[in-house]
Design a protein around this ligand. Structure first.
Ligand code: SF4
Length: 390
């Protein structure tokens, strides 16, 4: 351990967003991350400690995209970093930008992590992932990040599932989607909240844990864990790990059907980690932390919107350890490329009635607001153009 391994105790944090305004002592970045490699590189180049702090401060407060533009660092160090890591500070490059009212979707490209550079063409392959920024009228902004390029879990309502798994994103790639200078074009601050609801099953990717550490550590992302939501279709072992390691993070578990057989058709992972197992993890979690968790219910016309579904879902919630801490978010299905073509969006009245009836049965429920379906930026629609030929 080096003398860098200090605590953030002396960190001063700024008001509302809980973001660091000045960090004189910076905790080490998680091992294996690009920032940890950058720190090691500076150290081996003989640079004093404060150089790394300078670099991190520039990344989070200025709009720096290239090592070359880190004017506060001496030229020799900038050259060293460029030689070692390539010209850009972040491992992601925005390649396609689409906007609709209050929403911007960015297709990021990342170098593949293929190590076998000896193979022809290897090491130059790129992967793509999409990130969606929503700006609410009240001035609040929320970013929806991807955790994997594609996804291997094959949920039948989801465009990402139709892509298949290309690969897990690294912790740096996940982190870079939030802090990338692209979002700060007009001097905008970092987003106020982060949701892991983009491409991929976040909890199937172990890199999400160091990414969460970067996002929440003062001096780096500096976000309050309460402003981060991790959404999962139920990867139970890592759901248990998340609730243990990051108990303040908000969790959303996808239910989509209260009936195991039908749920397994919608979410094949049900066969490996049944809903009951995941709910048991959340039962323990809400008792321990007394924080609300969310159950997502994707409403598909004629598939899971019957009275039977409604009553079974209400029973499931009422059977929880602390039912008042389980909140059902009803999400109307969006037509998605590559999803089962028989699925249809429900009528607006069906959604309102479903929510109202859940409430009448004593369940806390709301309809989830979302934008962006016109640019395939809503839930379940992200496919990063891997499905462009469909
Ligand atoms: S819903 Fe999530 S877990 Fe299921 S296929 Fe889509 S991205 Fe993967």
């Amino acid at each position: 351990m080096t003398h860098h391994a200090t605590t953030a105790r002396r960190t001063r944090t700024a008001g509302a967003g809980g973001r660091p305004s000045d960090v004189s002592v910076l905790p080490n970045p998680p091992p294996g991350t690009r920032l940890a490699d950058i720190r090691a590189c500076l150290e081996s180049a003989g640079a004093p400690d404060y150089r790394f702090r300078q670099l991190v401060r520039c990344l989070h407060h200025q709009r720096v995209e290239h090592f070359e533009d880190l004017r506060e660092l001496p030229t020799a160090l900038r050259r060293e970093l460029t030689a070692r890591f390539g010209p850009t500070v972040f491992p992601l490059k925005p390649v396609v930008i689409q906007s609709a009212e209050q929403v911007e979707k960015v297709l990021f490209e990342a170098r593949s992590q293929t190590r076998a550079r000896t193979r022809p063409g290897a090491g130059t392959r790129t992967v793509r992932a999409e990130t969606v920024l929503s700006r609410y009228r009240a001035g609040w902004s929320s970013i929806c990040v991807s955790s994997q390029a594609g996804c291997g879990l094959g949920c039948t309502f989801c465009a990402t599932g139709a892509v298949g798994l290309v690969r897990n994103l690294t912790a740096d790639e996940i982190y870079a989607q939030v802090v990338h200078p692209h979002w700060r074009a007009d001097g905008a601050a970092l987003p106020d909240s982060v949701a892991f609801m983009g491409m991929g099953e976040a909890l199937a990717n172990p890199h999400i844990f160091p990414a969460l550490q970067l996002l929440t550590t003062p001096g780096y992302g500096g976000l309050s864990p309460r402003r981060i939501t991790v959404s999962t279709v139920g990867f139970a072992p890592n759901l248990a790990r998340l609730t243990r390691e990051q108990p303040q993070i908000t969790v959303t578990l996808s239910v989509h059907s209260p009936f195991p057989e039908q749920r397994a058709e919608l979410i094949p992972l049900e066969r490996r980690f049944p809903l009951a197992e995941n709910l048991a993890v959340l039962d323990r979690h809400v008792v321990a932390v007394r924080r609300k968790v969310y159950l997502a219910y994707l409403l598909i016309d004629g598939v899971n919107d019957s009275d039977e579904h409604l009553r079974a879902l209400a029973r499931l919630v009422r059977a929880r350890s602390r039912p008042e801490l389980f909140h059902v978010s009803v999400i109307p299905y969006n037509t998605a490329s590559g999803a089962d073509p028989s699925y249809r969006a429900p009528a607006a009245e069906t959604v309102s009635r479903f929510v109202a009836q859940l409430r009448a049965l004593g369940v806390r429920a709301t309809r989830r607001r979302q934008f962006g379906s016109s640019i395939d930026a809503a839930c379940g629609q992200l496919h990063a153009r891997y499905l462009a030929s469909l």
